[in-house]
Design a protein around this ligand. Structure first.
Ligand code: PMP
Length: 406
């Protein structure tokens, strides 16, 4: 199989070639946000220098250029997700807003006693919007259990699924554990009962390409910034017939067909869900990020990433008292851990002094922290530009901290 030239990839990411606290930066906080390749920076720069205007408005050339670039980006996303139509691709601010659009849009279908299934490993973004809609409608949010290894408990899922279940909202990949959930098969089971399904793809898309038609989901959400694209933009994929029925999320310009004080009507898809001036340069940047990642070749990328995780797993025994949280069989290269006698936040601070960036805390997944009986974990999350040497530096760093503090 093809092998990636990681050094060449690193040169595409200008931010990586700097020193932090006098040490070469080792960026292992990709789960929080990934760095941006030159291709993305250039695409956005060029857009602003040569094409910018508002979209869908202008009776002028720049307006046409901006619109072409913007709608071209939508087509790039459609193709990336293998959606049937660009009508099904809605720009949002990110995964969080995408899930809020859906929760708000499905509220009219919910009534007292209806059940919304989520999992115990969800990010708050896939819990709180459902709690808010449950509050409004009398529906209940019910968590599917996870196993101690950090996998979805399929028995729990099967036993919770019933004729009151209206929505299944589940993460494709856990941001804390790295677990890849068997979303295709749980969706298949849920659909037999007419349940609507949403997949939170925030942590999946940086590592593999989802196919929404193959998954069979009704909705799929992700953020650009974790996929090497700019902040401020994300995507909601939704099946057209459902989006048609859903009420808009926000009101304003662009999302209307006709406005009068007597009666206002909505624009066609996808614009019905895109009130106001959209994130145009960001859409262009996201499309460039997708072109970049797909250009690397996913099989080679997945092989390189799994080598990083494997090396990390091998080195765990070199740090006495280190314990991995989340040992699922199917994982992306994310490693949450604790070390006996050390606080996660101290680990983070002391690694930073060595130029190594990781994340510590509850990772916006407090129910999962409660399940594991911790207030937080340390998390190293790897990306395609990380090297085996960097993995080794992380463990040398941890050994050093341990010598220092124990
Ligand atoms: N879901 C998951 C699984 C995530 O990891 C994140 C980001 N940490 C989100 C949702 C929220 O994404 P954003 O903050 O970009 O809206």
């Amino acid at each position: 199989s093809p092998v990636l030239d990681v050094e060449a990839i690193r040169r595409d990411f200008p931010i990586l070639s700097q020193e932090i606290n006098g040490k070469p930066l080792v960026y292992l906080d990709n789960g929080a946000s990934a760095q941006k390749p030159e291709m993305v920076l250039d695409a956005m720069d060029r857009y602003y220098r040569e094409m910018h205007s508002n979209v869908h408005r202008g009776a002028h050339t720049l307006g046409d250029r901006a619109t072409t670039a913007f709608e071209g980006a939508r087509e790039t996303v459609r193709s990336f997700l293998n959606a049937q139509s660009t009508r099904e691709i809605i720009w949002t601010r990110g995964t969080t807003e995408a899930i809020n659009v859906v929760a708000n849009g499905l509220a009219p279908r919910l009534k007292e006693g209806d059940e919304i299934l989520v999992s115990h490993m969800e990010h708050h973004a896939n819990i709180v919007p459902w709690q808010m809609v449950a509050e409004r409608t009398g529906a209940k949010v019910i968590p599917i259990q996870v196993t101690p290894e950090g996998e979805l408990d399929l028995e729990s899922f099967t036993s919770l699924l019933n004729e009151r279940t209206r929505i299944l909202a589940i993460t494709h990949v856990s941001n804390v554990l790295g677990t890849i959930n068997p979303v295709r098969s749980v969706i298949e089971q849920a659909k037999k009962l007419g349940v609507l399904t949403l997949v939170d793809g925030a942590q999946a898309v940086p590592h593999f390409r989802p196919d929404v038609q193959e998954l069979g989901c009704d909705f799929y959400a992700f953020s650009s910034h974790k996929l090497f694209g700019p902040t401020g933009i994300g995507v909601l994929y939704g099946r057209a017939e459902l989006l048609e029925e859903m009420p808009p999320y926000q009101g304003g310009g662009e999302m209307i067909e006709r406005v009068s004080f007597e009666r206002t009507t909505w624009n066609i898809l996808p614009y019905k869900f895109e009130a106001g001036t959209p994130p145009i340069a960001e859409a262009v940047g996201l499309a460039a990020a997708i072109d970049y990642v797909e250009g690397l070749g996913r099989p080679a990328m997945e092989a390189a990433e799994s080598a990083l995780l494997q090396r990390a797993n091998e080195l765990v025994e070199t740090v006495p008292g280190m314990e991995i949280i989340g040992t699922a069989r199917q994982k992306v290269p994310v490693m949450s851990f604790k070390i006996a006698g050390l606080h996660a936040s101290d680990i983070g601070t002391l690694l930073d002094q060595q130029g190594i960036a990781i994340r510590t805390g509850n990772h916006c997944a407090m129910p999962l922290m409660d399940f594991y009986g911790v207030t937080g974990t340390a998390r190293a999350s790897f990306a395609v530009y990380n090297t085996l040497e960097e993995v080794e530096k992380l463990f040398q760093g941890l050994q050093k901290i341990q010598r220092l503090l124990t």
